[in-house]
Design a protein around this ligand. Structure first.
Ligand SMILES: NC(=O)c1ccc[n+]([C@@H]2O[C@H](COP(=O)([O-])OP(=O)(O)OC[C@H]3O[C@@H](n4cnc5c(N)ncnc54)[C@H](O)[C@@H]3O)[C@@H](O)[C@H]2O)c1
Length: 269
């Protein structure tokens, strides 16, 4: 039987863990015995996630940090090391969406706002997280960066978000080579379309339409599915996987969907 118990007692920080994919990763990690530092700018939701984890017998603490601010990221890492005496991994998940428009219509201010969180935030988490993992002499150190399908492919009207997410994949691949000799794996997860609050006020109908358009199996992803992938990457079962940008998108990034005519559709009857 496949055994995930190697994750037990690993100390991990998850940024943007008060909601959405980060919360699902935090819940999955805690259920499997990891010591989880839930980090976010949203204190109310962050503490709620910690309480939920504790009510199920898991171990978690909250630390407020804006990933775009260097001092706050440093403090977040120091908090983890002070609380648990070590750091084994960090999931750089916090991210924001940008507006949809052609590149020449973006303002410089929006470029800076999105890049500060989606790219600089991941860089800061890696910079200070890796230092702490190295000092902890972790035998199973790991970095997981939550990129996107937009980290693998271009997207019309999504130039800002797409450029940051491509940057995250680039940082991931380079760092995988830097730290392979030091036993730290560095991977990116590239989600397709998941129903989380990153969609903001978009009506359910529109989100479902997007799912049909973007997802070959015509459904939205369940955040728990990202949690399961992140659990595998955090475990010692995945020590030979590094520098990978793993898509979790029902095949969206595999190629273009064209209408296919089956010769024997009766097989489905
Ligand atoms: N949901 C999707 O379909 C999807 C698809 C591809 C990639 N992603 C990526 O997954 C990650 C998580 O997205 P989500 O859908 O769960 O979003 P979400 O909006 O549900 O959750 C994001 C969390 O990050 C926090 N956050 C925002 N800015 C922050 C900052 N500066 N510092 C710290 N925390 C901050 C928010 O408070 C929130 O709790 C993001 O990086 C996003 O780009 C999501």
């Amino acid at each position: 039987m496949t055994d995930f118990s190697s994750v037990r007692n690993k100390v991990v920080i998850i940024t943007g863990a008060a909601d959405g994919l980060g919360e699902a990763i935090a819940q999955c990690y805690a259920e499997n015995g990891m010591k989880v530092i839930v980090s976010d700018v949203n204190m109310e939701k962050g503490f709620r996630v910690v309480e939920q984890i504790k009510s199920k017998g898991g171990e978690a603490t909250f630390v407020k940090a804006d990933v775009s601010k260097e001092e706050e990221v440093k403090e977040m890492i120091n908090f983890a090391v002070k609380t648990y005496g070590r750091l084994d991994g960090i999931v750089n998940n916090a991210g924001i969406a940008a507006s949809n428009r052609p590149v020449h219509e973006y303002s410089v201010q929006e470029f800076e706002k999105v890049t500060d969180v989606d790219l600089k935030g991941v860089f800061l988490g890696m910079k200070y997280g890796i230092e702490a993992i190295l000092k902890s002499k972790s035998s199973g150190g790991f970095i997981i960066n939550i990129a996107s399908l937009a980290g693998l492919l271009g997207n019309s009207s999504m130039g800002l978000y797409t450029s940051s997410k491509h940057g995250v994949v680039g940082l991931t691949k380079s760092a995988a080579l830097d730290y392979a000799p030091h036993n730290i794996t560095v991977n990116a997860i590239c989600p397709g379309t998941f129903r989380t609050s990153i969609w903001g006020e978009a009506p359910e109908e529109l989100v479902q339409d997007y799912a049909k358009m973007l997802s070959p199996n015509e459904r939205l992803g369940d955040p728990k599915e990202v949690g399961h992938l992140a659990l595998f990457l955090a475990s010692d079962l995945a020590r030979y996987i590094s520098g990978a940008a793993i898509s979790i998108d029902a095949g969206s990034s595999a190629g273009k969907i064209t209408p296919a005519k089956w010769s024997h559709p009766e097989i489905l009857d």
